[in-house]
Design a protein. Structure first.
Length: 129
């Protein structure tokens, strides 16, 4: 709605300038000579050219900002992946830690004479029926 209101106001301003500045002007561009060009057309063309230059400059800024945002987003994604990998590693280490604690408790519960036997005695004891 604000754009429509601004457009109407700007159009009214151009119409006013066009009615007030209808005299012909001569414009020289290098070797070329343009005569009887209405003054409001020169003013309007200058305004439009300025708007175009501002748009081109803001387009470059927009591209730069987009590239920066894209870089930050990809850095954030890689950090999230690293965090997920670290969480998986922590989970597996906790699982391994639990197994080792169970194994330690199991070894503590076995009698001392079984723990001190040699490998061959343990093997013989495991094979005997």
């Amino acid at each position: 709605m604000i754009t429509l209101i601004l457009g109407i106001l700007l159009g009214g301003l151009f119409a006013y300038l066009a009615f007030q500045n209808t005299m012909g002007v001569t414009v020289r561009a290098g070797n070329y000579l343009f005569s009887d060009i209405p003054l409001f057309l020169i003013a309007s063309a200058s305004l439009l050219f300025g708007i175009f230059i501002a748009w081109v400059l803001s387009l470059g800024d927009w591209i730069s900002t987009s590239a920066t945002i894209h870089g930050k987003e990809s850095e954030l994604r890689s950090t999230e992946h690293a965090l997920q990998d670290a969480e998986k590693r922590i989970e597996s280490l906790e699982h391994e830690n639990t197994k080792l604690h169970e194994e330690v408790e199991k070894l503590k519960s076995t009698p001392a004479e079984l723990r001190n036997r040699s490998f061959i005695d343990k093997f013989r004891h495991g094979v005997s029926f």
